[in-house]
Design a protein around this ligand. Structure first.
Ligand SMILES: [Zn+2]
Length: 640
């Protein structure tokens, strides 16, 4: 087996542009040469597959580095360059999939002569060409090329407006009552006794959760739910119309039908059915939850459970009825201990060791580890490298996500993945710990599935509505007392009490129906905006709120403008709930009383994560569970 070296990143701040130029544009140039060589192939030659894979590796490398750098690099010039190259990469990919000569050569390969992996890779590739429109007439293909280009621009503009659109509210310093001491300390009052609360996660979420000042919460919520308004309203409308036109040109009734064809769910109609089914299943529980929240809110004069009040009331119920005080809880979640704990837990589960390495990256706060996997004979080998970029800073991507730096390819390149999050530097909320486990699930998937010959199967390469399942399942470990006690210790070194974790879990059970309805509102919004593009998106959204969500909207807010997933997930936000259904099913195979038992975890690793995209997700789940997936575990959880 070839020993692979990680990617060397620039060691000086001014080295990045030249490096990105080479890694981005250079990869695209090489890919173009390889495609030219492919066109000289003899029809039917199986070597065409290798050349196709070579070019795909280069293209994937260019995409990975540009998407990552435009989201994390501190230098605006590098961000701009990354965005420019990303546009070129998309254009390259779009033109490539509309190239009839390449399509014909791939189609000339005799599928009967291939092994199962080759055949799957080839049929995936041919499907991508068909879905790009390669079989359509010249004029339509030209139009599609133009639409693809414009889609990239609009998508970038949508994300940029959210990323750079940070807003803030000035609220009286007294509104900090109820917030943790470190938060208060980080928000000094100005001369007029006011403090600044921004729309960044570490500001807005704790504030809306803990501030006792209803007016201040409303002021902050008004900013938060107007993120990227009004800029993104027009951007989104153009994007929705463009997707609709594209789907129709390609012969699909709507964008969701086009999009769902390559997902587990299969069709647009199935999305609607799924969303409505979950919404109905969650209805009774959600209404019961809402009554509890309303009753609690009323005691402080809160008239309705809306976008400005629901988090606060939710927290109050958890604290008072379940005895869970977020502030008591966060004493146990010191960032450094959680960080180490996460590595220790996943190391035990997946048979990995992490070796801290000091290498240059794009920012000093990034920590880098080599990941080694223990083989059955006791020897270990390096299978990848991970970079953890976990705290907020200006211009950084402001959600939590896993990015690729390098897709792994057997004997060619070591997988490297990056976690990009925005966590508190000191004490963390338990929800942040859950998010950290979640995102780390994606990272593990990327690294463990980084040993395939075909880059098409590398990493998180299953159907897109499955990709959240492994991460959602890993969240369960952040709710287990035995697991948490390995690292959740207060300043005196005392571990989090089992009894507190029990209460946290009971509190977490509260509101499942209510939250599922909120999720189904997001899912319905993402689906319905795409299936029939409204003239007035805000008006359409306000129609959908009461149909799905139990949270009342705030007048004059424009949530859709800051809802970044409308760009990346398109009509597929249902994915989160779909994956959760499967995550609950997968988790049913583990022993809840012994979540660190290695045998089942290793079996899961090898059956579900390591295969990447080399099999259909349904088959991966069946391989692990020994039966097809079903919704029983999910329904039992939702209504227990
Ligand atoms: Zn995720």
């Amino acid at each position: 087996m070839t020993v692979l070296e990680p990617l060397a990143l620039p060691s000086t701040p001014d080295g990045w542009s030249a490096w990105l130029e080479e890694r981005g544009r250079g990869s695209l140039r090489t890919a173009a040469d390889q495609i030219a060589a492919l066109k000289d192939s003899r029809p039917g030659d199986t070597a065409i597959l290798q050349v196709w894979n070579d070019a795909s590796v280069r293209l994937a490398n260019a995409f990975a580095v540009t998407s990552l750098m435009s989201s994390v690099h501190p230098d605006p010039e590098v961000i701009e360059l990354a965005e420019a190259i990303e546009v070129e990469a998309r254009r390259f990919g779009s033109d490539l999939h509309l190239d009839r000569a390449v399509h014909e050569l791939l189609g000339s390969v005799d599928q009967e002569a291939l092994d199962a992996g080759e055949r799957r890779m080839l049929s995936d590739a041919l499907r991508s060409f068909r879905r790009a429109g390669v079989e359509l007439d010249d004029q339509t293909r030209d139009r599609l090329r133009g639409l693809n280009e414009r889609e990239t621009e609009l998508g970038q503009a949508f994300s940029r407006n959210i990323r750079d659109g940070r807003r803030e509210a000035l609220v009286p310093a007294t509104a900090l009552e109820g917030l943790p001491a470190d938060f208060v300390e980080a928000h000094p009052a100005d001369d007029e006794g006011r403090v600044r609360i921004t729309t960044e996660y570490p500001d807005v979420h704790p504030f809306l959760t803990h501030s006792r000042d209803a007016d201040a919460r409303r002021a902050v919520a008004m900013e938060y739910f107007n993120l990227a308004w009004p800029q993104n309203d027009a951007v989104l409308r153009d994007l929705l119309r463009l997707r609709d036109e594209k789907a129709r040109l390609l012969g699909y009734p709507s964008w969701p039908d086009f999009d769902a064809e390559v997902k587990m769910i299969g069709s647009g109609a199935a999305i609607e059915k799924f969303v409505d089914r979950i919404a109905a299943e969650a209805h009774d529980a959600g209404v019961r939850d809402l009554a509890v929240l309303q009753e609690r809110g009323a005691r402080e004069g809160v008239e309705q459970i809306d976008l400005a009040s629901w988090r606060y009331c939710f927290e109050a119920v958890k604290r008072e009825q379940y005895g869970v005080d977020g502030q008591e809880v966060r004493r146990y979640f010191d960032f450094a201990k959680v960080h180490q704990g996460l590595l220790d837990v996943t190391s035990r589960l997946f048979g990995l060791t992490y070796e801290r390495v000091e290498v240059p990256t794009w920012h000093d706060e990034v920590t880098t580890y080599d990941v080694h996997l223990a083989g059955p004979d006791g020897t270990t080998r390096r299978i990848g490298r991970i970079h953890l970029d976990l705290h907020p800073r200006d211009r950084k991507y402001n959600h939590a996500a896993q990015f690729d730096l390098v897709p792994g390819v057997r004997d060619r390149q070591l997988p490297e993945g990056v976690l990009v999050c925005n966590f508190n530097r000191g004490l963390m909320e338990h929800q942040e710990v859950v998010t950290l486990f979640h995102e780390f699930g994606h990272l593990m998937h990327h690294v463990l599935a980084g040993g395939h010959e075909w880059v098409r199967f590398s990493g998180v390469a299953t159907e897109w509505d499955f990709v959240e399942a492994p991460s959602q399942m890993l969240e369960e470990w952040a709710w287990d007392a035995t697991v948490l006690q390995l690292f959740a210790r207060d300043a005196d070194g005392d571990p989090i009490p089992t009894e507190l974790v029990e209460r946290m879990r009971a509190a977490d059970e509260f509101g499942k129906g209510f939250l599922a309805r909120t999720q189904m509102f997001y899912a319905a919004l993402s689906y319905k905006l795409h299936v029939e593009v409204p003239e007035d998106i805000t008006a359409r959204m306000f129609e959908l709120y009461p149909e799905y969500s139990l949270v009342a909207p705030l007048e004059d807010t424009h949530f859709h403008c800051g809802f970044g997933h409308l760009e990346g997930y398109g009509s597929g936000y249902y994915t989160y709930m779909w994956s959760l259904v499967i995550a609950k099913d997968l988790f049913s195979a583990f022993d809840r009383d012994d979540l660190l038992a290695p045998e089942v975890a290793h079996r899961y690793r090898d059956a579900v994560l390591v295969p990447g995209g080399s099999k259909d997700a349904a088959a991966l789940v069946e391989d692990f569970l020994g039966r097809p997936y079903n919704t029983e575990a999910f329904s039992a959880w939702l209504n227990r």
